[in-house]
Design a protein. Sequence first.
Length: 375
Amino acid sequence: MSVITAMMSEKVTAGVSRSQNQRGSVSVNSLTKMFGPVKAVDDVSLSIEPGEFVALLGSSGSGKSTLLMMIAGFEVASSGDITLDGIRINDVPSYRRGFGMVFQSYALFPHMTIAENIAYPLRRRGLRGGDVEREVRKALKLVALDGYGARLPNQLSGGQQQRVALARALVFRPPLLLMDEPLGALDRKLRQQLQMEIKLIHKEVGSTIIFVTHDQEEALSMADRVAVLERGRLQQLGTPRELYEKPATAFVADFIGEMNFLPVELRQSGGEVCARSTDLGLEVVQEASQVLTSGGRGLLAVRPEYVGLTPDERASATVLESAYTGTNQSVLVQVGSIRLIARISVSPGRPLFQSGQRVRIEIDAAHTRVFPTAS
């Protein structure tokens, strides 16, 4: 047994008390995973602080689950390093890493009671008797399932079963909790309820959490930071607000929330770049460090809430369609060859915009981003 494996084995088998001393900082450095000629994960590097909640966000095929499986030890990295609290764990088997794991499928033992399911990882780690019962009671209380210990999994709802899976993953107080789309099989209302409960549990237990999801709303509402992946590459790692307000790439700008992309001409002068839209009669100046010009063409990105509309029969923009949602009205507008969406706050007595209405477009230049046109 190698020194590293022995150290990790000692951490895992020392019981509940040992994991309280683990910090749970995780780093991956230039991590790559090949499946034949396909790079499922392509040279990804990121660091996660102890106690941090980080979401891996991306569409199908982005590499988020593969990255999680490598951290868990279920997939072997083709190259790169994975470290836990500064210790390289690439060669440590998954069962010796001491991580908690929650899957989309609840993976509960159907023949065991809820209490027995939760107790299973404790017994595997050598705990017996009253210590197990005490920790199981704590875990049930943590996930608001007091009194359910004697039931079988098929006697619980889907949301309750997922809480049991979460309790089982947390009962031995792992330094790191890995969650692979754990709420994906639940209906929207229950999913939103569990999102808030998982956040509360995270605050209470303090474990580092890596949470995989394809749902941007879920990632932004739950995580301290979000890593956006596309085709195996890390596009941006930042707080939800940074991703929404200051996307680093056009892909992130488009993937997070709604975004209008307007074609513009780019002109660089010194440390600034000027983006000009002829159709809108608009010029936006930004620092050159924010963009790289590409053939003098680019895209001006602006969120619908930063597009203002004013009724004006002399204006060249026309309302094509609109959708009323109670507090807001989404309005599709065309001017020249450009179509864009505005999201207008609705106030009592204020007329709604109607199809065919002429409007003047006003864009808040301070809340725009400029990106080069992809070659």
